[in-house]
Every structure is written in structure tokens, then in C-alpha cells.
Design a protein around this ligand. Sequence first.
Ligand code: DQA
Length: 147
Amino acid sequence: DRVAVLHGVNLDQLGRRDPDHYGALTLDQLERKISGFAEELGLKVQFFQTNHEGEFVEYLHRASELADGLILNPGAWTHYSWAIRDALEITQLPSVEVHLSDVHAREEWRQLSVIRDLCVATVAGKGADGYRDALERVREALDPEPR
Ligand code: DQA
């Protein structure tokens, strides 16, 4: 299965952002780590990052042709981009929301996620390892265990 991992606004600046919240890895290093997780789980990953909301939306418009499932860390857009929410809804893909930091324990304005109810799971506060959990959740959604 193919999983697209989407990073939104300011996530290209990892490595320069507060390491207490976001860790010390650069986006390149984080993506390499995610590739390793994906390999272990037998998933094919592709990555996308932009600081432009319209580009993020347009990627989502194409997403169902490119991937079977999605992992999204939209950065601050998470909290207010109804346009990204609407575009995610169009994809109809199993999606997992990820945040490096524990958004639930931070400022009030980070408590709202406009994409949460469209996602099969939310992973927050686990740093880079959270992406492993997210890949597992996408895989579960794509290949449910026979019972
Ligand atoms: C973030 C949390 C958001 O509140 C913040 O705006 C980010 C990163 C995270 O990964 O913890 O840019 O999505």
C-alpha cells in the first residue's frame, strides 16, 4: 500500500523550531526516519511539504490517484483551515493526523483540529515515533485483521 505523508506550514523549518516541542531532527532527517518505519511495515511512502495552503489543497485534490492512505501534519493549518478540511473530505482516503508536540497540553488555540473527525486516528506528543504509530493506524485501516 502507498501512504503519502504531508507536512504543512513551517514544518520545513524543523531543526530551527523549539526542540522542546518539536525535537531536533530536520524535516529531511524526520522523513528518512519515517521511510525506515514504512519499510519495516511494508508500506511505500511518499512525502510532500509546502508553506502554501493552496498547494496543500491541490495536493489533496490529486491524492486519491497517488496514495491509498494519508498521514497529515498540517502544522498551524490544523487549527483553522476549513479549506484543507474540505479538500481532505474529497479524498475519501483513510487518514491519520499527526503532531510532533502534545497539542492537547499546549495553548487553547491548538485545542481545535478542524480535520480530527475526518481522520481514523490522531497521534500527538510522541515526536518522530508518532509517525510509526500513524503508519500502523493507516495500515490497519487499509488491511483490517480478519476476525
Ligand atoms: C504541530 C502543532 C501545531 O500546533 C503547530 O502549529 C505546528 C506543528 C506539531 O507537529 O506539533 O506547526 O502540528
